[in-house]
Design a protein around this ligand. Structure first.
Ligand SMILES: [Zn+2]
Length: 349
């Protein structure tokens, strides 16, 4: 069974559990181990700290204190482009400079856009470009599995913890509902600030009694942000950063109505369980870092360091996206461009 089909099958079971049996049952779901047929010796150097016992943090998995652990976290939703290549190259350089380990995590939670053929092309293109990782879906490692679609039990545990803490609430607003409820017109790529339509007066003590379906419809769940609180962090490249909850970003979705965790929750859980010490990613995710710091705090997790890379624009000044096929690594490979030529461009200086 291919990756997507397997995910859909697991996802069906999972949705039943999450929406109808909120209790400890979720915790009993055993994680799938990352033992795919291709689980071979592809990683150049494998640093194994101990035998893996599924995805939950296990004492023998603990890397030696002070070990730098970075990650590449591509999504198999299209071909990777120059912008990804540059961010990932920076991530690799930082891991090398720190004598650390680089983890590749396949972020394949997007049910609609996940394409199994993109997983293999993604890994191929990254290797062609010169990236080497020591742990990943193709070679395993002490924190397997390395594909998010196989890591659902960890997200479920975090969801239960947030629910018990009373910091999330169900919401079934569509994007259109939200846009209609806004008093000012919304522009830009960031999600509009949630107007609070479904936000209860208090989130403590009431959620466990709420039925997660409304009018027969499954709901998503939002994290209630502490309005007015300044979220500060020091970025490894950009220096001190500050965002105000409720002004720069509003209550955000941590669990989707399709029964999967949102990006925000999934990466916080994975970066924690995989013992990532520094997250290197594009500066379009600065605001997400502020959101995620709230999740780290609510879940009593220690956050990693953050390093946000500049975004790569095309000649029209647009941010590169997967639709810009001409600048994909795959297209460039097809035109016999060598990775050294790409890495010699000013973009990589
Ligand atoms: Zn709502």
């Amino acid at each position: 069974m291919d990756l997507c089909a397997r995910f859909h099958e697991r996802h069906r079971k999972w949705r039943k559990l999450v929406h109808f049996k909120f209790s400890a049952l979720i915790l009993t779901l055993s994680p799938r181990k990352g033992n795919r047929p291709a689980e071979a010796q592809r990683c150049r150097t494998s640093r194994v700290y101990g035998k893996s016992k599924g995805m939950a943090a296990h004492p023998s998995n603990t890397p030696p204190a002070g070990t730098y652990r970075g990650r590449l976290a591509p999504s198999p939703t299209g071909h990777l482009h120059l912008g990804h290549a540059r961010t990932f190259w920076t991530a690799q350089q930082r891991a090398i400079e720190h004598g650390g380990v680089l983890v590749l995590r396949n972020e394949d939670l997007d049910l609609e856009r996940c394409q199994p053929e993109f997983v293999s092309s993604m890994l191929e293109d990254l290797r062609w470009f010169g990236l080497q990782w020591q742990e990943g879906p193709d070679c395993g490692g002490p924190f397997a599995p390395y594909s998010q679609s196989s890591r659902l039990s960890g997200y479920g545990s975090a969801f239960v913890a947030l629910q018990e803490k009373g910091v999330i609430y169900p919401c079934n607003c569509s994007r259109n509902d939200i846009l209609e409820a806004l008093t000012a017109p919304h522009q830009g790529e960031e999600d509009p600030i949630y107007p609070g339509t479904c936000r209860p007066l208090t989130t403590s003590g009431v959620l466990l009694n709420l039925n997660p379906t409304r009018g027969g419809k499954l709901t998503s769940w939002r994290f209630r942000v502490p309005d007015g609180e300044e979220i500060q962090f020091v970025d490894g490249r950009l220096g001190p950063q500050s965002f105000v909850a409720g002004r720069d970003f509003g209550d955000f979705v941590i669990w989707r109505s399709d029964g999967t965790p949102s990006y925000q929750l999934a990466v916080v859980v994975d970066d924690t369980l995989m013992r990532i010490t520094e997250v290197v990613r594009g500066s379009d995710l600065l605001l997400s870092t502020a959101r995620q710091l709230l999740l780290y705090r609510a879940l009593n997790y220690t956050p990693p360091q953050f390093y946000h890379c500049p975004l790569v624009m095309n000649d029209k000044g647009e941010r590169l996206a997967k639709r810009h096929e001409a600048l994909s690594l795959r297209t460039m490979r097809g035109k016999d461009v060598r990775p050294e030529q790409i890495r010699a461009t000013p973009l990589f200086k």
